[in-house]
Write a protein that binds this ligand. Structure first.
Ligand code: UD1
Ligand code: UDP
Length: 360
């Protein structure tokens, strides 16, 4: 059996891995490498446990520090593992520092790379994820964009011949796990003090973790001031990178309409997506999940990440300030159920089929 090394490190990658690994293991010997980028129980282990992802064969324990420090340490450790394991292919997801480090390590060892969720472009290298995905796309033997618009970017960069649209593994996961929800997921929400919070009947779901929005008080507080002014409370599971800032701002301003919680597991997160009135986020994954669930979404970013979600105004961009977010949230949105740009919920099968054709 041929050997595939799958490399993951961050929360959204565990989710994509969950669905792809299940199919991959029917055909290949998968060696699973966790770089350690996300390491708290509620940022890592909880996904492996509740999504039945096999235990990683390696955890490299690399996290934190500057982008260069993190990427450099991962590169050194991944090279060692690849030399030891001698995989036939390396499987990568998305655009984190773990993805780019693995791509650099593999390509120098002449190991072909399969890149899932290739081809997204903001149009600015100021975004660390743009750097990671552009480099990875150019080093990969196979690029597997989720959507037609991502394929167009790859074609413009001369990568069209090695690229195929397969659909979105986040959609696979959303369909698979939504079908299996039984409602118990929502009892697990805890606030920062560890108290169990009763979920309001009507609420907004917010996630916000990008360095663009969370590295200064001004932007995060602009978003909070909008959420505080809404008719229903906001449930906001906070990423550890801005836990302290979020808590300090909410306390200082006396916000009462924002429920800060620790990060939640995947099943709770998609339950919140499914139950929310509307969604405010800067997450690539959550804005797609809003679209999957037919929930109006406001994305607080300067750049379009997933143009398909913007169809008919289902998702719109907003600046991190009260007026703009409230204006954008007040729109009425009608979803067209016939418009399904993220595939049929079976991208994992297509991903493995293309890998098999390459490795035959
Ligand atoms: C990373 C990805 C981003 C992705 C996000 C998913 C890069 C450049 N960015 O951003 O594309 O959207 O993951 O969530 O790779 N921390 C903890 N505990 C953890 C994880 C992180 O305390 O389990 C803290 C650390 O202080 C760390 C900071 O959060 O320094 C930022 O984490 P990092 O992995 O560098 O970036 P993310 O913001 O998570
Ligand atoms: N998510 C989660 N718990 C949370 C917040 C988000 O499980 O507390 C899920 C969310 O439903 C989506 C994924 O994490 O499936 C998105 O990951 P994230 O926002 O960290 O990264 P991005 O998609 O922006 O790269």
């Amino acid at each position: 059996m041929k050997k595939i090394c799958s490399v993951v490190g961050a929360r959204p990658q565990f989710i994509k891995l969950a669905v792809v690994s299940r199919v991959l293991r029917k055909h290949y010997h998968e060696v699973l490498i966790h770089t350690g980028q996300h390491y708290d129980h509620n940022m890592s282990d909880v996904f492996f446990e509740e999504m039945d992802i096999p235990k990683p064969d390696y955890n490299l324990g690399v996290s934190g520090g500057s982008h260069g420090q993190m990427t450099g340490q991962m590169l050194m450790k991944l090279e060692e593992v690849f030399l030891n394991e001698k995989p036939d292919m390396v499987l990568l997801f998305g655009d984190t520092n773990s993805t780019m480090a693995a791509a650099l390590a593999a390509v120098k060892l002449h190991i072909p790379i399969c890149h899932v969720e290739a081809g997204n472009r903001f149009g600015t290298l100021e975004s660390p994820e743009e750097v990671n995905r552009t480099v990875t796309d150019h080093l990969s033997a196979i690029n597997l964009p989720c959507t037609d618009s991502s394929l167009v970017f790859l074609e413009k960069e001369g990568l069209g011949e090695k690229s195929t649209v397969v659909g979105d593994p986040m959609y696979d996961a959303f369909c698979y796990y939504t079908e299996r929800l039984d409602g118990s997921e929502l009892t697990e929400i805890q606030d920062f003090a560890g108290n169990t919070v009763t979920l309001p009947e009507k609420f907004y779901y917010m996630t916000c973790h990008r360095q663009e929005n969370t590295d200064t008080d001004e932007k995060l507080d602009g978003i909070f001031s909008a959420m505080e002014a809404l008719p229903y409370p906001t449930v906001y599971p906070v990423h550890p990178r801005n836990h302290n800032r979020a808590e300090r701002l909410c306390n200082a301003k006396g916000y009462k309409n924002i429920i800060l919680t620790l990060p939640v597991g995947y099943k709770t997160s998609i339950s919140l997506v499914n139950k929310a009135e509307k969604i405010v986020t800067d997450s690539g994954g959550v804005q797609r999940e809003a679209f999957f669930a037919g929930k109006p979404c406001v994305t607080v970013l300067d750049f379009v990440v997933w143009p398909e979600t913007m169809h008919d105004g289902c998702n719109v961009l907003a600046k991190p300030n009260k007026e703009d977010i409230l204006t954008k949230l007040s729109r009425e949105v009608i979803f067209d159920p016939a418009y399904q740009p993220f595939g049929d919920g079976h991208s994992a099968e297509k991903i493995v089929k293309i890998m098999k054709e390459y490795l035959a």
